[in-house]
Design a protein around this ligand. Structure first.
Ligand SMILES: Nc1ncnc2c1ncn2[C@@H]1O[C@H](COP(=O)(O)OP(=O)(O)OP(=O)(O)O)[C@@H](O)[C@H]1O
Length: 398
């Protein structure tokens, strides 16, 4: 059985923004999956959904099976236990996620006290060990967050995420706020810890190069969908989907000074999730779009060599997009071409709101119910638990 299996996940925010529009993913224990895509493609929404941390009012459909148990229908008590011992999340910007008025050692020890029923002395000892594991002296446990550098704070966040030996770690842009040298150290740290402990890792970034260096597999998201998936190096070096291809060329390669001066960006922006173009959502920006791409949705299909891509040009023999053949580049979507997100217009798969769509907020955990987390400045608590942002996915509680 996979450690994580996400089936047809859909998330729509109040106001109609269909941020995630039918994502399927699997992750084995010990596997590292990178999720790439430009800003606004739904990566963070996916991460938050995995731990039921979406804001109230977000509607969620599909299944998120963690060790076979559906996170979306768990009772809140179980969700709280799973957030520490099953899966934990590391956000970017640790300063906002740590509580400024508590010593970092106490913040690491708290979930150990709550979820491991350790004694105070035992939890403190374990916090010191965790700090050492992430490359900080145990004595730094007595420091307050403002006394640490950005990189040290991010190490504390990682120690916290490891505190209850989770099976899965979700790292959402864990190094974005850090300078390049520290970024590399933190990435190696995460990679090493995951490798040692057989933890599954989902690492989110807009930077395909970083993910290709760190992960086993890559999934590229566009407009709330996975449009390309496969072994990380192959996807990065030789993308099958035109969006994957553009993304891999859009960032300079670390260690290749020449490429720093010639990044080939992709013109335009991802679509507004409340008005996703019909057909293939990428077609208005696609250099090799055919006329049919404006009307026919493209599901992920076999692209050969354990790869999948959602492009009309791709086949199991590894066919790649032709060089501009039949392209309607820059033509933009035809008049009246946009469809309300998630309504499935133009989709052969008939993607619409499934019968099982849950309207979050209905069953939101009672205020104060997430007693095991602390609110950070942005409402995200220690170890990534975000009581202020509990999504209120309808629980199965009566
Ligand atoms: N609380 C919310 N209410 C309404 N829309 C939202 C909310 N949060 C995110 N969105 C919208 O959902 C879409 C996906 O956002 P998300 O943050 O998941 O993308 P992302 O790929 O992680 O981007 P980034 O890299 O900038 O974090 C965006 O268009 C965003 O504006």
């Amino acid at each position: 059985m996979s450690l994580l299996e996400v089936r047809d996940l859909k998330v729509t925010y109040p106001g109609g923004a269909a941020a995630v529009r039918g994502v399927d993913l699997t992750l084995a224990a010990g596997e590292k999956l990178g999720i790439a895509g430009e800003s606004g493609c739904g990566k963070s929404t996916l991460a938050l959904a995995l731990l039921r941390l979406l804001p109230p009012g977000a509607r969620v459909g599909g299944e998120i099976l963690l060790d076979g148990e559906d996170v979306l229908t768990m009772k809140w008590g179980r969700v709280r236990a799973v957030r520490w011992a099953g899966a934990s999340i590391v956000f970017q910007g640790a300063m906002h996620s740590l509580n400024a008025v508590h010593r970092v050692g106490d913040q690491i020890a708290e979930p150990i006290l709550l979820h491991r029923r350790a004694t105070a002395a035992g939890a403190r000892r374990r916090a010191g060990e965790l700090l050492e594991q992430v490359g900080l002296p145990a004595a730094r446990a007595s420091a307050y967050p403002h006394e640490l550098s950005g990189g040290q704070r991010q190490r504390v966040m990682i120690a916290m995420a490891l505190a209850c030996d989770p099976r899965l770690i979700v790292a959402d842009e864990p190094t974005t706020a850090l300078d390049v040298m520290i970024q590399a150290q933190i990435l190696r740290l995460i990679e090493g810890l995951v490798g040692e402990q057989d933890v599954g890792l989902i690492m989110i970034s807009h930077d395909l190069a970083v993910l290709a260096d760190t992960c086993d597999r890559l999934a590229v998201m566009y407009a709330g969908r996975v449009v390309e998936e496969g072994p990380a190096r192959q996807v990065y070096d030789d993308a099958r989907h035109p969006y994957g291809s553009a993304l891999s060329e859009a960032f300079p390669t670390i260690g290749d000074p020449a490429s720093r001066f010639a990044p080939r960006g992709l013109p335009g922006d991802p679509p507004d999730p409340a008005a996703v173009p019909s057909g293939c959502a990428f077609h208005p920006r696609c250099p090799v779009a055919l006329d049919l791409c404006a009307t026919q949705d493209q599901p992920l299909r076999d692209a050969g060599a354990r790869r999948r891509a959602a492009c009309v040009h791709v086949g199991p023999d590894g066919t790649v997009p032709p060089d501009g053949a039949g392209a309607t580049a820059g033509s933009g979507p035809p008049e009246g071409d946009t469809a309300p997100a998630g309504d499935g217009a133009g989709s052969p798969a008939g993607r619409g709101e499934p019968a099982g769509t849950r309207h979050t907020g209905e069953g939101a955990e009672p205020a104060g119910g997430a007693a095991d987390g602390r609110s950070g400045g942005d409402g995200r608590g220690a170890g990534g638990v975000a009581p202020a942002e509990d999504d209120g996915v309808r629980s199965s509680a009566p």
